[in-house]
Write a protein that binds this ligand. Structure first.
Ligand SMILES: [Zn+2]
Length: 173
């Protein structure tokens, strides 16, 4: 497994509309392992392929946060929301591509998602609570959408400026 570098906003690859995955060779499982390792290492609860510069429709997540809880790593390829609840919920969201910034985002409280696993097999599951927020946040990434795109322009610009500053500092080392 290899730790991948996580792109920091703003970056054109984070704004890209990602392409569907058609190749389900063994490399797919290797990429999934890399993405999970990178996510756990960060640490985070979700990661989308464009965040490591791969503009393909693939996400990983594990929303088990309790200390000592059994990990539930999930790999979702070509995920699609097929149903969403009328009920909505608000979570304080963050993003590995926008470090140390958090803001409340309102989304459907529950969603049903269909996707393909690393072998290309069709899967389908209903998600609620944190899992529902996370899967919607990650699917947004595949369409070039970030959680700050839900915020008011002023707040979004403020966060973007902070990230530009952070990237300059990181470039200087
Ligand atoms: Zn994110």
């Amino acid at each position: 497994m290899t730790l991948r570098k996580i792109l920091i906003h703003p970056d054109p690859r984070l704004k890209a509309k990602c392409t569907p995955v058609v190749d389900f060779s063994t490399d797919r499982a290797k990429l999934a392992d890399d993405m999970l390792e990178t996510m756990y290492h960060a640490p985070g609860i979700g990661l989308a392929a464009p965040q490591i510069g791969i503009t393909e429709r693939m996400i990983v997540m594990d929303c088990v946060k309790e200390e000592g809880g059994t990990p539930e790593p999930m790999v979702l390829i070509n995920p699609e929301v097929v149903w969403q609840s009328d009920e909505r919920s608000v979570y304080d969201e963050g993003c590995l591509s926008i470090p140390h910034q958090y803001a409340e985002v309102e989304r459907p409280a529950a969603v049903e998602v269909k996707w393909q696993d690393v072998d290309g097999k069709e899967r389908n599951e209903k998600f609620d609570e944190l899992w529902a927020t996370c899967v919607q946040h990650e699917i947004d990434h595949l369409d070039g959408k970030l959680f700050i795109d839900y915020l008011k322009p002023l707040k979004r610009q403020m966060i973007t400026r902070k990230m530009q500053k952070l990237k300059r500092e990181m470039a200087r080392g």
